[in-house]
Design a protein around this ligand. Sequence first.
Ligand SMILES: [Zn+2]
Length: 382
Amino acid sequence: MKTAPVLPSSDLPSSETLAKLANVCDEESHAVTLYFNRSTFSDKAHREEALTFEHLVKTARDKSQSDDANNGLSKDLARILGMEPELRSSPSRFKAIFACSDRQIWQEIDLPACGDFSRLEIAQRFHIVPLLRAMDACTPYCIAIVEHGKARIFIAHGTEIHELHQLPSEDLAVAADDSRVGWSHHIEGNVRERTKAYFKLLAREVHELLQDLPCQYLVVGCREDLWSELEPQLVKAGMGAMISGRFHIPSFDMTPHEMVQIAKPVVAGKQRQQYTQFWERVREGTALSAVGVDPVIRELESSRVQTLFLGDLSGKNVTECGNCQKWRDIGNLCPTCGSSYIKTLPAEELLLRKALSTGANVIAPDLAMTKLFGEVGALLRY
Ligand SMILES: [Zn+2]
């Protein structure tokens, strides 16, 4: 009997959650965004780390120029400061906090990701794009470890990995002991047939299992000679597009940690390949694509964007009307409502907010990958 697959403990936030966070606008500029991610905390560096964290909060507080000691912002910052020991006790986690006491918002998001990224922003709006990039780095994928007549299957999610239920196994060597088979080539032929039948069964099982899982990628660990038999069966079972690659397994009983170390770069390679293909399509400059900040915002405001690709936009700002929230490219007055209340904000945040509010898909590659692409591009619906 089949058991329900064990899903990773950290759920990725839904696009509704992201849209809600992106729509928050606090005129008092008391919206706090914290990102904190450390690979390790050394014992020696405890005090140093605490100082770094205090410094992060102090710098953000000074920058925000808020001097009312009793306001919601101070409460949020005090609560964040108090979390330092908790954050320290769980390295290798990506922690995001979106807080605005004045609006009763406190949302924590925890992802299983390694890295070295700390940021604290106090502004009118939350900064959501770094979260999307971290989610991209944690895209769940499936690892299948296959040997002669046996297989193990895992779901990996960032630094976490869980073994799913037992897959069927079969003693393929039994054919060699069958006394009714007299000729060695018959035995070999029999084993080959059984192997093929086993892989067919295995491919069907894996396919069925993946139907219920949020996995776009499948990585297979097996010997090269088995791969030539197994891959066609996986393709026949409908998993051709998911296959990210194969890796050599030193042992069928390798540890899950070893698997992630080998499989993760294979998935990252497949993702990079897909993003490169997407970016090339965008750059072709057809009537159904847009490239660059201004053209893409224009298309987003006309709700024509089907998929938004956020490349390397670091340090790039745009302006929008504080009255009607329309993007404004030139002039001191909003061309839509005539208001002179103009705000400056990070371009990637405005692009993301407009994409989420119009139901566009968003691709935000992991920071390490963005350098491979241009600033921003979009494929259009019509
Ligand atoms: Zn306006």
